[in-house]
Design a protein around this ligand. Structure first.
Ligand SMILES: [Zn+2]
Ligand SMILES: [Zn+2]
Length: 363
């Protein structure tokens, strides 16, 4: 086995450590709550039954959404975004970037693309050899282009993107509910053990520790969860919050925002009964997204994607200009301002989670 292959296998194994850590903490919390608290500490049967029902409800929803976030494969660009074979060969042989861009512009003429690089070029991933759809970014941890990439999350050892963003939000929500429920119900027994009102038993250590761990997780998850709720309301990914997408009209951090209600529907779907379940209901295909900016053009369906010197007018298919684009929503109009370009690969979010955003340079 080649040394690089062994190294890659080791990296892949090590990347599961945070997930195993969370799984062990969750298993211990289950034992501590059900056995040590409910069976050995609480004497009132009615209280035990009520606690156990709500505990298991939040536990099942939490594990279900965590599982789906971890094991839902990130969605990748479809075949239409790959260069046809002759074009790819020409692209690889071509040394001049201008000629390479010309090949890309021609290939992109049939694709529904509204965003470009900071320099106004077609966004192309040399590693995956694919034209990047809007909101798609290359993740170096996963070594692939991920549709509507949000960030690579070490705690789920997976890329959070179009295919699992809803699951990720629900995972944060249910882990918060789980920790809040534990902290709230354990508190009175925590105080009783702390003040020695209850006798020193082996349950004491578990109950005291359970409260500390639940409270600690509550604080860290709450900040991350609030940040992502704010992002959902703005229809912005973490990457886009740090670097605004660039459209024909320039960079606009609100370019994909359709108004608060529609932004939520984009992630959670239009049927409210599925909003709280970790089943896929996000709208669209992850390749194209309604953008309010396209409608700013009078000649709606004809978008000139090409940078100024060369004039190639691209006729876009009708499909990406969906109804949500036609009904422009302007209640979300904030002054456009160009976000600072990402200078680091690692970003610290509002929460405690270290978000690793790994992308190629696009400008
Ligand atoms: Zn890529
Ligand atoms: Zn990734």
């Amino acid at each position: 086995m080649a040394p690089t292959h062994i190294l890659r296998c080791c990296q892949r194994g090590l990347s599961w450590i945070p997930v195993i850590f969370i799984a062990l903490v969750v298993c211990w919390s289950y034992y501590a709550y059900v056995v040590e608290l409910c069976i050995f500490t609480i004497l009132n049967v009615g209280e035990i039954v009520v606690y156990l029902i709500f505990f298991h409800l939040s536990f099942i929803m939490f594990v279900w959404s965590y599982w789906k976030t971890i094991f839902t494969k990130p969605a990748n660009p479809s075949k239409e975004f790959c260069l046809p074979k002759p074009e790819k060969e020409r692209y690889e042989k071509e040394a001049r970037p201008e000629s390479q861009q010309e090949i890309l512009w021609r290939a992109a003429s049939t694709l529904p693309l509204y965003t470009r690089t900071g320099a106004g070029a077609i966004r192309y991933c040399d590693r995956c050899q694919v034209i990047k759809p809007d909101r798609c970014h290359h993740c170096s941890a996963c070594d692939m282009c991920v549709l509507k990439m949000d960030h690579h999350c070490p705690w789920v050892n997976n890329c959070v993107g179009f295919s699992n963003y809803k699951f990720f939000i629900l995972f944060l929500a249910y882990s918060l509910v789980y920790c809040l429920f534990i902290a709230a119900t354990v508190l009175q027994y925590f105080i009783k053990f702390w003040t020695n009102e209850l006798a020193d038993t082996h349950a004491k250590f578990h109950v005291l520790f359970l409260f500390f761990v639940a409270a600690m997780f509550c604080i860290s998850i709450l900040s991350l969860f609030s940040y992502h709720l704010w992002l959902v309301g703005k229809n912005r990914s973490t990457i886009e919050a740090f670097r605004a997408p660039v459209f024909r009209t320039g960079s606009d951090k609100n370019g994909f925002s359709l108004g608060f209600r529609k932004n939520i529907v984009q992630v959670f779907g239009d049927q409210k009964k599925y909003w709280l379940l970790p089943v896929f209901t996000s709208q669209g295909d992850g390749l194209t997204f309604p953008t309010r900016l396209v409608n700013a053009d009078v000649e709606q369906a004809t978008v000139n994607l090409h940078p100024e010197p060369t004039k190639i007018v691209t006729d876009l298919p009708a499909s990406p200009l969906s109804d949500s684009q036609n009904r422009l929503l302007s209640n979300d109009q904030q002054a456009n301002h160009i976000e600072d370009h990402l200078s680091n690969n690692s970003l610290k979010s509002a929460g405690s989670e270290t978000i690793t955003v790994t992308m190629e340079s696009e400008s």
